[in-house]
Structure formats: structure tokens, C-alpha cells
Design a protein around this ligand. Structure first.
Ligand SMILES: Nc1ncnc2c1ncn2[C@@H]1O[C@H](COP(=O)(O)OP(=O)(O)OP(=O)(O)O)[C@@H](O)[C@H]1O
Length: 389
């Protein structure tokens, strides 16, 4: 088997085709990760490709093997292809994790103060207002716009993200892959997802209640942020539990640079508790950057709108959080009630991808575009002015 440096023209064409094969968990080309160890092409155009996997037999491994074969077969001048799969030795695995981390020892802490990742924590006052559905929708929408996105489901008591993103089926939740001490999160619709629901072992998350106390919760969130390898993310979203509990405070301590989005319903009575959850975030030094109203009016077949939960709650929360000290906290959007949006979540296929015309999905896409366009504040951004000549 020949390395890239000594490849013939036909072999080089195969290497180039393999550059397009991504590791489905790390989301980087397998050639860049050193997983392709050699390519041979015979004079009759038969290609053999050798790849090394961290572990054999897992779904990611099967996909890499299939994608490698398809890529080799598609290369110009190739009549047939086969793939030889090997498993890395412990030594090779160490070199691999080093390469993935880019020499992590020397790198700043993931999501530490020097990190360029924008961290957005989504909170709500009451439960059941659609916070998880919106967080998942925003994450998928941002990934679809080409951003590199991670999502931490920190809603320990009501983790629902794996279900909404199709990572949990028939009571089995997809598990992160462990490569030595590196934990690689599963990827759903381009989003790297980690959830407390993935760390329950064999327990069926449908019938498993997590009843951990503060310190245990804090350690778990800390582990999510430290040991799970997200790679270089543009945006990390966190789905917090509703209310003002231990997790919100831990996230405030661990990620003081986080922006906070508050989800509320149009019901004015829900506003007080939504404002309180935002104030807890402020107390831990986080910035509240916007409010999203969910479950706004439901469009009727005759075109009228039924305001099931009243109206005005989002605007009320936004205005109560805006003041001279903290500036304007905008209402980023009002997501209507929509049966299609709920069905997408239940089926594990986000409506923002599957039915972007759905009124709720369309509004989530619009909010995501606004969030993507806003960046992380002015620091490091180019301003739209040019010097006068
Ligand atoms: N705009 C909407 N239209 C219709 N159904 C919605 C909408 N938003 C959310 N839902 C549905 O409402 C239910 C609750 O949503 P979700 O689980 O996202 O709420 P939550 O605020 O995260 O709840 P908790 O924090 O208590 O777990 C889900 O069944 C979801 O599909």
C-alpha cells in the first residue's frame, strides 16, 4: 500500500476522492485524521484502500467503510474498489486522539474565557413551554447555515433533546463513542449532541428519573464541558432545566461568558417566573441577549388566529429585562403553535429541515438567521465602515 507522497496519478485521484469522506463523529476528513494508511491502484483500475478505525463494528465504523468504498469507486479511472479495514493499536489511537485534539495539552480549555465559541444557554421560567424544541430547532437551523454547532442537553430532569433529534428510539439512546479518554458526541443533523440521557447506561430513559443533587449535577455538567470533545465550535447551545435551580447556577459559574435566551409563552402570568430565571443568570454574570415567545397564536383553517395562551407575554418579559444598566433585551421572535412542529419533534425529524414552510419552523429559521448574523458582539468583528480616502 502506498502513501499519498508516493502515489501514482490514479492513486492520487483516489486520495482526493477520500478527502471528501468525513468521520461522522469528528466531522473532519478521514485523510486529515490519518485514518487512510494507503491506496493501491492496479493497471486495470482496481483500487485497494486501507483504513484504520478506532473501534470496529460500531455504526460510525460501518458508515466510514461504506463512504470510503463509494468515494474510491467514484474516483476517475477506477473500475472497481475494495476497502481493507484495520483497527488501531493503542499506540496509533493515542496518536489519533492527539491529532484530533490538535495537541490539546497546549490548547486553551474548551469553552474557557479565550474560546471563540459563542455559548448560548436557553432557559425558561416554567416547564413545558417548548424550550427544548426551540433549542434543538435553533441548533439544527444554525448547523444548516454552515456553522459548527454543539448542543448540551443539561435539562437533567426532563432531557428530551435525544428524542427530538432522532437519537433516541424505542427506549435506546445513541451513546457517545469513547476513544481512550476522549468522548465523541453523536451527531444529529450536523449538530454534536450530548445529553444526560446518554449516560444512563442500559437504563431506559423513558422510565428513568434522574434525582441527583447539586454537587453531582455540577460535576456532570463540568464533565460534559471538559471531557466531551466538540472540536472547534462556532456555537454551543445549552438546554437548561426550567426555573432557577442548581444547573442554571452551575452553568453560570462554568460558562460566565454565556449569553442567555429566555423562552416564555404569551401568557402574562408566566412572565414573572421567566423574568426570575433571567435574573438568576444575570446574578452569575451572564448576559441576557433575547427573549423568544413560543406557543403564540394557532392559525385556524379560516385564516383567523386563535390565541390559546393569550398574547403579549414575550414582549412583557423583554421590556421587564430591558433597563439602563443592561440595555435593550429584544424579543427575537414569536413562534406560533403548530401541530407540524410538534409532530417533527415527536418523530425525531426537526421541522426546520423537514418542513421549513411550517409557520413555527419558519419563525425558528428566521430567529436562527438573526442569531447567526449577530455574532459574539463587536469584539473582533469587522465594522461596515471603510476609511475615507
Ligand atoms: N410551537 C409549538 N407548537 C406546537 N407544539 C409545540 C411547540 N413548541 C413546543 N411544542 C410541544 O410542546 C411540548 C413541550 O415542549 P418541550 O419539551 O420542548 O418543552 P420544554 O420547555 O423543554 O419542557 P421542559 O423544560 O419541561 O422539559 C412538546 O410536545 C413539543 O412538541
Amino acid at each position: 500500500m502506498r502513501a499519498r507522497e508516493s502515489a501514482s496519478a490514479e492513486e492520487l485521484a483516489v486520495w482526493r476522492a477520500l478527502d471528501r469522506v468525513q468521520d461522522p463523529e469528528i466531522l473532519r476528513p478521514i485523510t486529515e485524521l490519518g485514518m487512510v494508511t494507503g491506496v493501491d491502484v492496479t493497471s486495470s483500475g482496481e483500487a485497494s484502500v486501507s483504513i484504520l478505525l478506532t473501534i470496529a463494528g460500531c455504526p460510525a465504523a460501518r458508515r466510514i467503510e461504506a463512504d470510503t468504498l463509494a468515494a474510491a469507486e467514484s474516483a476517475p479511472g477506477i473500475a472497481a474498489a475494495r476497502v481493507d479495514v484495520g483497527v488501531m493499536t493503542p499506540e496509533q489511537r493515542r496518536a489519533f486522539t492527539e491529532r484530533v485534539r490538535g495537541g490539546a495539552e497546549a490548547r486553551p480549555r474548551q469553552f474557557g474565557p479565550d474560546s471563540l465559541t459563542r455559548v448560548i444557554a436557553v432557559t425558561s421560567g416554567k416547564g413545558g413551554v417548548g424550550k427544548s424544541s426551540l433549542t434543538a430547532g435553533l441548533a439544527v437551523a444554525l448547523a444548516a447555515q454552515g456553522l459548527s454547532v454543539g448542543l448540551v442537553d443539561a435539562d437533567v430532569f426532563g432531557f428530551s433533546i435525544p428524542g427530538i433529534l432522532g437519537l433516541s428510539r424505542d427506549g435506546r439512546t445513541e451513546q457517545p463513542t469513547r476513544v481512550d479518554d476522549m468522548i465523541l458526541p453523536p451527531v444529529a443533523f450536523g449538530v454534536k449532541v450530548v445529553s444526560i440521557g446518554m449516560f444512563l447506561g442500559e437504563a431506559d430513559p423513558r422510565s428513568t428519573a434522574v434525582s441527583w443533587r447539586g454537587p453531582m449535577l455540577h460535576r456532570t455538567i463540568e464533565q460534559f464541558l471538559r471531557d466531551v470533545w466538540f472540536g472547534d465550535l462556532d456555537v454551543l447551545l445549552l438546554d437548561l432545566p426550567p426555573g432557577t435551580g442548581d444547573v442554571a447556577i452551575s452553568v453560570g459559574q462554568l460558562l460566565p461568558q454565556a449569553e442567555v435566551l429566555v423562552v416564555t409563552t404569551p401568557q402574562e402570568a408566566a412572565a414573572d417566573v421567566a423574568v426570575r430565571s433571567a435574573l438568576v443568570a444575570r446574578q452569575t454574570g451572564q448576559r441576557v441577549t433575547g427573549v423568544i415567545e413560543n406557543m403564540s397564536g394557532l392559525r385556524q383553517p379560516d385564516g383567523s388566529v386563535l390565541e390559546l395562551f393569550g398574547s403579549g407575554g414575550g414582549a412583557l418579559v423583554a421590556s421587564r429585562l430591558s433597563d439602563e444598566e443592561h440595555g435593550d433585551v429584544p424579543l427575537l421572535g414569536s413562534v406560533p403553535l403548530s401541530p407540524g412542529f410538534r409532530e417533527g419533534g415527536d418523530a425525531g425529524v426537526p421541522a426546520v429541515l423537514d418542513r421549513p414552510q411550517d409557520p413555527a419552523a419558519a419563525e425558528v429559521l428566521r430567529i436562527a438567521a438573526g442569531i447567526a448574523g449577530r455574532g459574539r458582539g463587536l469584539a473582533g468583528r469587522r465594522l461596515g465602515v471603510s476609511p475615507r480616502g
